[in-house]
Design a protein. Structure first.
Length: 53
């Protein structure tokens, strides 16, 4: 999944890792990055679909 490096994100890798740690799960930075990319992709998709209606 490609991500625009100039895109400003308020959710960081550290926040994703911390969230999973609070839930009792350990994830790597690589996995956290994949989760983060998926979340942003899905958010954009939802907004695009909503605007088409």
């Amino acid at each position: 999944m490609l991500v625009n490096n100039e895109e400003k994100r308020s959710l960081t890798l550290e926040k994703v890792i911390d969230f999973y740690q609070k839930k009792g799960e350990e994830i790597s930075a690589e996995t956290a990055e994949k989760v983060l990319n998926l979340l942003y992709f899905l958010a954009k998709l939802v907004v695009e679909q909503h605007l088409k209606q």
